[in-house]
Design a protein around this ligand. Structure first.
Ligand SMILES: [Cu+2]
Length: 149
């Protein structure tokens, strides 16, 4: 009788252990989902922080055609700090965006149909001219930047 009870107890234990084993992967899987979410949120927060550290104070979209920046005024005013330029080459020729006065390249050569971004950090009082520096393009692909504040 005692032996039967022991066997029954063992059987119950085995069943319980079996149940635990079965549950383990489920628990692990449930743990994994929020874990991944937390990780993704943390990465997103880190990205936002990195963007803040870059201090992009303004974004400017510059459309390029052959050979003109048709949507740009002859002169624009920008705040001091890091400005992000998106160059959208809607022409067929290669175009870029550079600072004529310093020779700095903001957005490197883009084939027709391509789009890319680059940044330039302006200082208060800067008066610069941005151009496409492909030979012959700068006569018509240019605009002045006045930096205030
Ligand atoms: Cu050009």
């Amino acid at each position: 009788m005692l032996r039967l009870t022991t066997l029954a107890a063992l059987a119950v234990l085995v069943v319980l252990l079996g149940a635990c084993e079965q549950q383990d992967p489920e628990i692990a899987e449930e743990d994994q989902v929020p874990g991944d979410l937390v990780e993704a949120e943390a990465e997103e927060a880190a990205d936002e922080e990195a963007a803040d550290d870059g201090d992009v104070v303004e974004t400017v979209e510059v459309v390029a055609v052959d050979n003109d920046f048709p949507e740009m005024d002859d002169q624009i005013t920008l705040p001091a700090g890091t400005v992000e330029f998106t160059l959208d080459n809607q022409g067929n020729a290669v175009h870029n965006l550079a600072v004529e006065d310093t020779g700095d390249m903001i957005v490197d050569d883009l084939d027709g149909g391509e789009q890319a971004t680059g940044t330039y950090t302006f200082e208060d009082g800067d008066e610069l001219t941005l151009i496409c520096d492909i030979p012959g393009h700068e006569q018509t692909m240019r605009f002045d930047v006045e930096v205030e504040g």
